[in-house]
Design a protein around this ligand. Structure first.
Ligand code: ADP
Length: 755
């Protein structure tokens, strides 16, 4: 009642012998030829060996001339009554052909039985337009198996005309042998196709084949007996067969539906993930609908993507099939049955469109015409799946665009020289750009997810509320505050807030942060400078103006000595003013490049001892104590500049120490260098200011309070000049106990002078 058949599709049989040889190199073709030869040999044995035998059973009452064609038609119809049944991963095709064979064998003489069986099969193959190789293989297999069945039935049961025990034994053994031969032939081919040993196939299929053999035998035997003895009951005989067929079909459909649901579930996951959607669609839909070929042609693409049954998971790129190209744009499902290449019999083409976009067409084709392939419901489902693919592709496009936009936006945020941060409604940092990390010294990983107030250290209480100053009325505002970095450095920041509120609640605040520290410092420097210069100019100007007024109004009446004193004081203050102006000019000429200063210095060799003595004397203070070597100490220097430097160092010593303390000027010789140390017992300099006192305009005291006068230029100029002369000015100082400023120069004569 059933059979397992090969589902291999091969091109037509070769005609020429050379072509045959070439074909025989193909293992499948070789096995087909082998099976056909075995079938022919066994058929020959039956035809000649059992030539004299009549039919096993008699009494049908139908003339022999009508019986052969009648049973041939019956075999053909039985072969076409096919139910596809999933068996594990394979699909079995069950038919009533084998039950019809039992009838042929019992009611016809051996040779006629063989003819009816073979002719019925050929007729069914032709009607179903089966591929030639498949038809030939089936013919070979069934001829061999039927010949074995006929031989066994006739050898064990003979042809007694009625059902005897011998006939029964013959039919049972013959059916088992038939099934065995059928399975062996099938295993040969399936073994090659699936690349496994034929015995494995025999083992896995044996149980199903045995069940089928029992069904085949029982159906055939019972039908024959009823036909012989109660032909009126024959139509009733068809009932169980039809019921079984129906049950098989229902089971097969259920198994198909189950397998299809599994594929479609996988497909829905694949489409939802939006990855590799076209390939997944082709692979899974092809499998779900049992197609041999699945193709997608995308709009504006000159290649087609396809998946074939022979390699069901890999995507191929190839030219667009002619018949699909010819089809052009379609709006709904289209069926094609003519002019299909590669042995394809039917093709269903559906548009891939959805979500307002058209992406192309998808086509699914089969080589088998016999199956009830693609019902109207299937085509509707296929069309829906194709639009689901379109929606997924559209989604993937959106996602790509979104990712693209996001990365562009990220690049803008990351590459912006201004710091950018995004804060959510709770004041938690969401985005923290690289520039902001540079400005604040807090990196993005540390900042994100934390409240802004914890991330930014704002030392001034009133400025802290400026971290989140936005409100519904004022979503855009600019605030300035000073934040402290971990290294203690303070930064002046401008925060430009731009907030989004929804239903009165803060959703997001995008803040662009500029580092104003430089400008801020420059601004402070400028105002400090103006304050300092005006103070420094006014200090000597006040006595000058006062004494000039005095000389003008009462000069005639003043004693010559008093007049002289007034003029000396005016001269002294004017000299101070002139030095001040010279310092300003000199400092303005020095750029950041220390070499600029060399233009202001001439080379020469001078006695540093004498210069130090003169500098101390010029200052005219009793507090300066000289502790110098007796002889000259020649050094490489510009005498005027060295004098200027020493005067500044000694002057500072006097200025920044108490009136009752001394300032000592000493000298040390050290290899090729000579050092002049100016030591005071004054206020000293805080350690963190030691390096800064040499900066332009830097003063340790607050310029606004001005406890001592000064420009903050002296040490800056002194160090620049000393370096230009090949030396340096350095300082060692202890707060509240005093400082030692040292001018170091190269000695002209490295020999230590006699002391
Ligand atoms: P000025 O004395 O005009 O302010 P300088 O460049 O000579 O400028 O000095 C810079 C700063 O260094 C001074 O303002 C002062 O605060 C500090 N300073 C310089 N010399 C001494 C010193 N001997 N003792 C303490 N502080 C000093």
């Amino acid at each position: 009642m059933s059979s397992a058949q090969v589902d291999a599709d091969r091109p037509g049989m070769p005609r020429a012998v050379g072509a045959l040889r070439a074909q025989l190199r193909d293992p499948i073709q070789r096995r087909v030829v082998g099976v056909v030869l075995v079938g022919a040999a066994l058929a020959g044995i039956v035809a000649f060996g059992l030539a004299g035998h009549g039919s096993v059973l008699h009494g049908l009452g139908v003339p022999t001339a009508a019986l052969l064609p009648g049973l041939t038609v019956l075999s053909c119809l039985a072969e076409m009554t096919v139910v596809r049944l999933r068996h594990g991963e394979a699909v079995e095709e069950l038919s009533l052909y084998e039950a019809a064979l039992i009838i042929d064998v019992l009611l016809l003489p051996p040779r006629d039985a063989l003819i009816a069986a073979a002719a019925g099969l050929v007729l069914a193959s032709a009607l179903q337009r089966r591929p030639v190789v498949k038809a030939v293989f089936n013919l070979g297999t069934y001829t061999a198996a039927t010949a074995v069945l006929i031989l066994i039935v006739h050898l064990l049961g003979g042809s007694p005309g009625e059902l005897t025990a011998g006939v029964l034994v013959g039919v049972v053994v013959g059916t088992l042998a038939f099934t065995g031969v059928n399975l062996l032939c099938l295993a040969q081919i399936l073994g090659v196709i699936n690349k496994v040993s034929p015995w494995r196939i025999v083992r896995s299929e044996a149980r199903l084949s045995a069940y089928m053999a029992v069904g085949t035998m029982v159906t055939g035997l019972t039908t024959t007996e009823i036909a012989l003895h109660s032909p009126l009951l024959l139509p009733f005989m068809a009932m169980p067969a039809l019921a079984v067929t129906y049950a098989y079909r229902a089971a097969a459909r259920e198994a198909d539906e189950h397998a299809r649901s599994k594929c479609l579930l996988q497909l829905s996951h694949a489409l939802a993930e939006r990855e590799d959607v076209v390939r997944q669609f082709l692979v899974l839909v092809r499998e779900a609908f049992g197609a041999d070929l699945a193709v997608v042609v995308l709009e504006n693409d000159d290649a087609a993507l396809s998946v074939e049954g022979t390699d069901p998971t890999s995507l191929r790129h190839g030219p667009i099939p002619r018949h699909l190209a010819a089809l052009g744009r379609i709006d709904g499902p289209v069926h094609l049955a003519e002019g299909l290449p590669g042995g394809l019999r039917r093709m269903v083409v559906v548009p891939v469109q959805g979500g307002g976009r058209r992406f192309g067409t998808a086509a699914f084709a089969t080589r088998d015409r016999s199956r009830g392939w693609m019902t109207t419901g299937d085509v509707t489902l296929l069309a829906s799946l194709a639009s689901a693919l379109a929606v997924a592709m559209r989604g993937a496009e959106h996602l790509d665009r979104l990712v693209d936009e996001t990365s562009k936006l990220q690049a803008v945020v990351e590459q912006s020289a201004e710091g950018i941060m995004v804060i959510d409604g709770d004041g938690t940092v969401q985005v923290w750009s690289r520039a902001l990390a540079d400005i604040t010294g807090v990196d993005a990983a540390e900042a994100t997810g934390r409240p802004l107030a914890e991330v930014l250290d704002v030392p001034v209480e009133e400025e802290r509320r400026l971290l989140m100053p936005v409100s519904v009325e004022q979503p855009k505002t600019v605030a300035e505050l000073t934040a402290r970095r971990r290294d203690g450095d303070q930064r002046r920041l401008r925060l430009a807030h731009s907030a989004v509120f929804t239903a009165g609640l803060l959703v997001r605040d995008v803040v662009v942060i500029s580092d104003l520290t430089r400008e801020y410092r420059t601004e402070r420097l400028k105002s400090d400078f103006i304050a300092m210069v005006s103070h420094e100019l006014r200090t000597p100007l006040t006595p000058i103006i006062g004494y000039v007024d005095l000389l003008r109004s009462r000069g005639e009446r003043m004693t010559p000595q008093k007049r002289l004193d007034a003029l000396n004081l005016i001269g002294d203050r004017a000299g101070h003013l002139s030095r001040l102006v010279e310092d300003l000019l000199l400092a303005s000429r020095f750029g950041d490049n220390p070499d600029d200063v060399s233009l202001q210095v001439s080379e020469g060799t001078h006695d540093l001892d004498a210069l130090a003595t003169q500098a101390a004397r010029d200052l005219g203070s009793q507090r300066v104590v000289l502790d110098l070597p007796p002889g000259p100490v020649p050094a490489h220097c510009d005498d005027g500049r060295a004098l200027q430097v020493l005067a500044n160092l000694i002057g500072n010593g006097l200025k920044y120490s108490a009136e009752d303390t001394e300032v000592t000027v000493g000298m040390r010789l050290d290899g090729t260098r000579v050092h002049v140390d100016v030591r005071d017992r004054g206020r000293g300099i805080p350690a963190d200011q030691l390096a800064k006192v040499f900066d332009k305009f830097h003063r340790v005291e607050d310029p606004m309070t001005m406890s001592t006068s000064g420009t903050g230029l002296g040490l800056f100029i002194a160090r620049r000049l000393a370096r230009a002369m090949g030396g340096d000015v350095t300082v060692v100082s202890t707060l509240n106990s005093g400082s030692v400023f040292t001018l170091s120069l190269n000695r002209a004569n490295a020999e230590p002078p006699a002391r």
